[in-house]
Design a protein around this ligand. Sequence first.
Ligand code: GRG
Length: 274
Amino acid sequence: MREVKVSIKIEQYLDERKTLVDKALKEFMPKPSGLASDVIKSMNYSVFAGGKRIRPILCIAGAEAVGKSADTVLPVACAIELIHTYSLIHDDLPVMDNDDLRRGKPTNHKVFGEAVALLAGDGLLTLAFNLMAGYSPEKEVEKKELLGAIDLIASAAGYKGMVGGQVVDISYEGKDPNPDVAEYIHKHKTAALIAASVTAGSILAGGNEDEKKSINSYGQQVGLAFQIADDILNIEGDKGLIGKDTGSDRKRGKVTYPSVFGTAGSKKYSKETY
Ligand code: GRG
């Protein structure tokens, strides 16, 4: 790995990169108009409902770690946020987790109805690929790198990643908690897109093989720890602070790290993973 010296407080880093992402998303998102304006409103509602922008920030961090700036990856970073937002809209639907609250606000289907929410998710997922394919890298990013990043993100979002994790999450509801299944769900449902975010940043920035490998391994670990923390918050979190209902995993009999290793064991595991 080449040495990149950064001396910046993490809160400041997250805040500054989030501002860049929010500004770019405002530019990239379509404005409601025409006969399909309801779905565009619904897409905008969830994109601007207060997400932390962790995945796009990680994509930027992946580029910065190998010496390029945020500008190099902003369209792809924003596309990843659109994919993440689609997954949350669909995850909240009655046919999935049936949640009423997300980021402290009514979930998309509570405001726009199930059919429009479903279509808003589809609209965001497909818009993400428009955004990535329409990105003219010119000199900054080679076409080969761009295609490699798109391929990685598509795999991480699809049946080999997030969609695969979600289907196992649902099909194991109410079944005996099992460490292999818990690991499968977390690695696929959550860690895959997080790892792809930071790795895509390093690919677009022209990182070498060693750099991309180390960055991907970092992303996998952070992604796993992130989902374990989410599981713990589902038990111990303050609804006012986390902006969604707690206790839902236990009610639905979800296979989570706390259901397999207990809350204390999960806290220890997530610390080790970070
Ligand atoms: C294909 C019908 C269909 C649905 C797919 C794949 C999927 C739905 C859902 C899985 C995605 C999911 C809900 C993963 C959980 C990961 C998680 C902890 C999400 C919360 O991420 P944050 O904290 O969210 O980054 P913010 O609100 O900050 O954006």
